[in-house]
Design a protein around this ligand. Structure first.
Ligand code: RIB
Ligand code: CA
Length: 317
């Protein structure tokens, strides 16, 4: 039996989080030790319900823990208006709500602390939403930062934002959390918009998923259709595939290029709050604190994501 690596997956399930989770669940080199939910795309109730629906539909037996319902500072910023009802819109069928799966009683932050402290080796953590759970774990138990061996994050941008001109949504939703994580020295591998915009999914991928022919495939295809219509409701077009870049990277790092950089996040800027400023002139201009993904073989990354989703749908049939 090949050696597996335990991974903790923290998410704000929306559609691309779902894809990233399914990719991780089908990676034979990974073992999902825990899945934690956080407010982000939508409320904590919705991200948790969406995650439970996903783990039940795809037979993912990892425990699910409810996390933080508020960012560290300020009110939550959710984007249902953009993503659709419940943070995972659809143009037709929808994933069935979980009937058997329930969230664990333990809070995600406590569960994450316990997991990191018990880990026999530096842990692998993937985060595809705001970093609130990670940051609160570090705030409550500063020793756990050193227990993180790799922190692979979809968030931020080495270029323009999406939620604002300057800030990517996950970073914007809780910039103080990013600041805690960066200051704690967690070994960050950052997949920002500068990278994820190189990975595109489109109508032909939706059709491939629909062709599996099951109700679940139809629900995923209709959710993807809604995702493809975010920019233009009456015409589905290509969209960046953000979150799956993290879990495809774990399987195929050779499809990506990452560079050392000094990453800092803007907290006080009137129009730049949440911007992740990446200084690549290291160590001349600054000491590096992250590896920032700069290039991806986009069609291969998108292709593997859809392949894994199709395989998962067939396995769930
Ligand atoms: O900016 C893209 C990120 O925001 C993705 O993680 C998406 O799921 C949303 O959370
Ligand atoms: Ca996300």
């Amino acid at each position: 039996m090949a050696e597996t690596t335990s991974v903790w997956f923290d998410c704000d399930t929306g559609f691309d989080d779902l894809l990233a989770l399914v990719v991780a669940s089908r990676d034979p080199s990974l073992r999902l030790a825990g899945v934690s939910t956080v407010v982000g795309n939508t409320s904590l109730d919705n991200t948790t319900a969406n995650t439970l629906a996903a783990v039940e539909a795809f037979g993912i037996d990892a425990p699910v823990y409810r996390g933080c319902a508020q960012p560290i500072a300020g009110p939550p910023h959710t984007i249902e208006g953009l993503l659709g009802e419940g943070g995972m819109g659809t143009t037709g069928r929808r994933l069935a709500p979980a009937r058997r799966r329930r969230a664990e009683s333990r809070h995600a932050v406590r569960a994450l602390i316990a997991y990191l402290r018990a880990a026999g080796e530096p842990a692998l953590v993937v985060a595809t939403g705001p970093l609130t759970n990670l940051a609160q774990a570090i705030n409550l138990a500063p020793d756990v930062a050193a227990k993180i061996g790799r922190l692979v994050v979809m968030g931020g941008s080495a270029g323009a934002g999406n939620h604002t001109a300057a800030a990517e949504f996950n970073a914007f939703a809780d910039p103080e959390a990013w600041d805690v994580v960066l200051r704690a020295g967690a070994p960050l591998e950052m997949f920002g918009l500068n990278l994820t915009r190189q990975v595109l999914i489109g109508p032909s991928d939706r059709d491939r998923i629909a062709a599996v022919g099951t109700d679940l495939a139809g629900a995923v295809a209709d959710s993807l259709d809604a995702y493809l219509r975010i920019r233009q409701r009456d015409k589905p077009g290509e969209m960046p595939l953000h979150d799956p870049c993290t879990t495809v990277y774990l399987a195929r790092p050779d499809w990506f290029a990452l560079e050392p950089a000094r990453v800092e996040i803007e907290l006080a800027g009137r129009i730049t709050r949440g911007a992740t400023v990446c200084e690549f002139r290291v160590p001349r201009k600054a000491q590096p604190n992250a590896l920032v993904a700069t290039r991806a073989e986009g069609s291969k990354v998108a292709g593997r994501t859809v392949d894994q989703m199709v395989a998962a749908l067939r396995a769930a049939a």
